[in-house]
Design a binder for this molecule. Structure first.
Ligand code: NAD
Ligand code: TYD
Length: 352
């Protein structure tokens, strides 16, 4: 079996759902269920024998050691993290705790477990660490996209904490021989995305008749990847990636934030026209910029394409349509995540 951490979150949840749909190999899913973790995402797996959920912290060494001993996974895929840049600006402590200390504790327990495996099992074992392109910092408009050997220049508390975790993973390979793989991916979007991030926030605010907040001038550029394409890349890296290597994963879809928001508005105009006949784009509002806002991210995904044959299946436009269609069809999931602490966050951050 495989052990997935953070499998009740956005990407981990999609990964678990896709894994169970495409494989007979069971998944053990360890997730703390922070505000970002949601068992509703996994509701379709309630009767599924191939999925075992455990609520717990990757930093809980005793629990992790017990799970490893009991279930004997052949791989660990580490999604668990605090993942939202804006929250890391308001309160970085949880990011240091989970992303750095938690990853350290997980690595240590996995190292002990791995060192006691038989030699063939040790050779087969993998620790796949799921990370972000934000560790590379910000690009000028004319600079080449991030490549695997670029220096780390993280700018936000989130990015710095993920960079630190990547360094720990690298060191556990070089020092102890743990068979690790690291992926650095661009911005994901798709089903089950918590609506504090740009794309789901804009879809839901648009439908609710609320302002669509665009930070600063809206000319910041991100590379966007449909989440199921990311999950396919991770499966490919897990099975065929070279131990100790890093793979950059991206969608070849650089877009300004303003373009992204306008594209959502245009698709919504068609799929769910406003009752008053006006365009959703009229709800766009430019708001105060994020402190230290990185101007541009872009990923050079040639290594994963050339070595492992992975390429994204979705274009930005087709993936966005899938995403909007999913949000329109799943109001129960949305109402489950937009109550309580979510409202507190919106009030704190946007002052509403
Ligand atoms: P998310 O915030 O939606 O989910 C994170 C999950 O981890 C949640 O289910 C949460 O409950 C769980 N978690 C948090 N702290 C934990 C802990 N201490 N122990 C166990 N579980 C814990 O995040 P996401 O968008 O799904 O991102 C998953 C991973 O992918 C993260 O490591 C993130 O850095 C990385 N990543 C995300 C993106 C993106 O665009 N979302 C892009 C590249 C990389
Ligand atoms: P986000 O989804 O938070 O991802 P990240 O910061 O990890 O890239 O934000 C994506 C981009 O959208 C980022 O440049 C910030 C911008 N943004 C807004 O303009 N308005 C918003 O309300 C949010 C949440 C983000």
């Amino acid at each position: 079996m495989i052990l997935v951490t953070g499998g009740a979150g956005f990407i981990g949840g999609n990964f678990v759902l896709d894994w169970v749909a495409g494989s007979d190999e069971p998944v053990l899913n360890l997730d703390k269920l922070t505000y970002a973790g949601n068992l509703e995402t996994l509701a379709s797996l309630q009767q599924c024998a191939g999925h075992v959920f455990v609520q717990g912290d990757i930093g809980d060494g005793a629990l992790v050691a017990q799970l490893l001993a009991d279930h004997k996974p052949r791989a660990v895929i580490n999604f668990a993290a605090e993942s939202h840049v804006d929250r890391s600006i308001h309160g970085p402590a949880d990011f240091i705790q989970t992303n750095i200390v938690g990853t350290f504790n997980l690595l240590e327990r996995v190292r002990v477990y791995w060192s006691e495996l038989s030699e063939p099992e040790q050779t087969q074992f993998r620790f796949l660490h799921v990370s972000t392109d934000e560790v590379y910092g910000s690009l000028q408009p004319d600079e080449a996209p991030f490549a695997e050997r670029d220096p780390y220049e993280p700018n936000s508390p989130y990015a710095a904490s993920k960079a630190a975790s990547d360094h720990l993973v690298r060191a556990w390979h070089h020092t102890y021989g743990l068979p690790v793989l690291t992926t650095n991916c661009s911005n994901n979007y798709g089903p089950f995305h918590f609506p504090e991030k740009l794309i789901p926030l804009v879809i839901l605010n648009a439908l609710a008749g609320k302002p669509l907040p665009v930070y600063g001038d809206g000319q910041q550029v991100r590379d966007w990847l449909y989440v199921k394409d990311h999950c396919a890349a991770l499966r490919q890296v897990l099975e065929a990636g070279r131990v100790g290597e890093t793979y950059n994963i991206g969608g070849w879809n650089e877009r300004t934030n303003l373009h992204v928001v306008q594209a959502i508005c245009t698709q919504l105009d068609e799929l769910r026209p406003r009752p008053d006949g006006h365009h959703y784009a009229e709800q766009i509002q430019f708001v105060a910029d994020r402190p230290g806002h990185d101007r541009r991210y872009a990923i050079d995904a040639r290594k994963v394409a050339n070595e492992l044959g992975w390429r994204p299946a979705q274009t930005f436009e087709s993936g966005l349509r899938e995403t909007i269609t999913w949000y329109l069809a799943n109001p129960e999931w949305i109402s489950g995540v937009t109550s309580g602490s979510y409202r507190d966050w919106v009030g704190l951050h946007y002052g509403q």
